[in-house]
Write a protein that binds this ligand. Structure first.
Ligand code: S3P
Ligand code: PEP
Length: 426
């Protein structure tokens, strides 16, 4: 589907148990399986373009994969030099984490991606990896894909990162597992911590004290991962915003990871006035449970801290801000500019098209809440922008173009949306 016209919808009350499985955890599950000594069992793996690309890459790296459609079983006898170029598609997570994993593997590897990924900065991982002995290169002096890697011996490191990025942290932790001594990594604000939780669960010696992570290199292979991937809070959040902006609406989002580094956008929506509660159900690798979101009148807020905890949800949150009473301000979010699109520009342009007053800053925006109006919005190939403006359409109607990108993270998005609109999308 290249274009959708969304009509204003009625209030709704829904339980959603089919939110797409978590993208960050799905990528990691297949990559970390390459470091283990047995059969890894991954249930509820996200079958979307980004993570299917990671699965294809580990197959190209020699992993044995059995997939019955429910559980993916992966075993590896070490990373093999691939015959193919490794295509990460649209995924920054895929490309940056594979850099860390492959820097110490024997052989030559070429990583590429689509035209959006090939314009995103990679120096944030290639520079620290090169500084510890990795042999990496790419366009613009190692900043842009395609990237080439020749596996090398890595030196122990103490690295202090200037950006709170889980992708950089994870690439460095993966490198540290194969380095020649104990390594430390410090970040300016805590970023999502799935890598630490999952690798520790597999037996890796990783210690986290505040913003400092200490990694002892592996002496043996890790124990295999047995995981059920929880629902993705970043995907669930689109439906949270839908309930929060539609009077008399309510949604229960089932089986979502409640990892504190991932649910900050729900906390922000709560601060705006939405009625939100959390119900813990399980706790293996990650706390998992249900999130209930109920409409209540929203008011503007300031967001300036723990930005990496809600970075992917800011476009959807901007729709709630546009519907809220008063001003909202987002600061310290310059990272938005280097996602699948420049999300500061795409959010600002999209909201302005909907007749909302917005000021644009280098590191964020100010939104003056008012009545959203129907508009035509192009996603610029960015799944989060496409889904955010489709949700805005539930309020006022919307035409959104360039929708293929939704398949990168949330292939069943329209099926679930249909439960609200009662109109079939084709
Ligand atoms: O590690 C991860 O799985 C991710 C980290 C974040 O990126 P950064 O590390 O660039 O902040 C996030 O935006 C991305 O969607 C997924
Ligand atoms: C930024 C995102 O993903 P990635 O960096 O993996 O492309 C995202 O899904 O919003």
């Amino acid at each position: 589907m290249s274009k959708v016209v969304v009509l204003p919808a009625q209030n709704f009350s829904l339980n959603i148990s089919e939110i797409a499985p978590d993208k960050s955890i799905s990528h990691r599950s297949v990559m970390f399986a390459m470091l283990s000594n047995g059969v890894n069992e991954i249930e509820n793996f996200l079958r979307a373009e980004d993570t299917i690309n990671s699965l294809e890459i580990v197959k190209n790296l020699g992993a044995k994969v059995e997939d019955d459609g429910k559980i993916i079983k992966i075993s590896s006898s070490g990373i093999q030099e691939p015959f193919e170029i490794l295509d990460c598609g649209n995924s920054g997570t895929g490309m940056r984490l594979f850099c860390g994993l492959l820097s110490s593997a024997e052989g030559h590897f070429v990583l590429t991606g689509d035209k959006y990924l090939r314009r995103r900065p990679m120096k944030r991982v290639t520079a620290p990896l090169i500084s510890i002995g990795a042999k990496l290169d790419g366009r613009k002096n190692g900043d842009l894909a395609p990237l080439s890697i020749r596996g090398a011996s890595l030196k122990a490191f103490d690295y202090e990162s200037k950006i709170a990025s889980a992708q950089v942290k994870s690439a460095m932790i993966l490198a540290a597992l194969r380095a020649d001594g104990v390594c430390t990594y410090i970040e300016p604000e805590l970023s999502r911590d799935h890598t630490e939780r999952m690798l520790k669960g597999m037996g890796a010696d990783i210690k986290v004290e505040g913003l400092k992570t200490t990694v002892t290199p592996l002496k043996n292979l890790l124990s295999p991962l047995k995981i059920r991937v929880p629902a993705d809070p970043s995907s669930a959040f689109f439906f949270a915003v839908a309930a929060a902006i539609m009077p008399d609406s309510h949604v229960t989002l089932e089986g979502v990871t409640l990892n504190p580094t991932r649910i900050e956008a729900f906390k922000a929506l709560e601060r705006m006035g939405a009625d939100i509660s959390y119900e813990l159900r399980d706790d293996k690798y990650e706390p998992v449970g249900n999130i209930h979101v109920k409409y209540a009148p929203l008011h503007g807020i300031v967001i300036e801290e723990n930005i990496s905890w809600l970075i992917d949800e800011l476009p959807a949150l901007s729709i709630a801000m546009a519907c809220a009473n008063g001003e909202s301000l987002v600061k310290n979010a310059e990272e938005l500019r280097v996602k699948e699109s420049d999300r500061i520009s795409t959010v600002v342009e999209g909201l302005r098209a909907c007749n909302i007053e917005v000021d644009e800053y280098e590191d964020g925006y100010k939104i003056i809440g008012s009545k959203l109006q129907k508009a035509q919005v192009d996603s610029d190939g960015d799944h989060r922008i496409a889904m955010s403006f489709i949700i805005a359409g539930l309020k006022c109607g919307m035409e959104v173009t360039d929708l293929e990108c939704i398949n990168t993270s949330f292939p069943n998005f329209f099926e679930l949306l249909q439960k609200i609109t009662q109109v079939e999308f084709s």
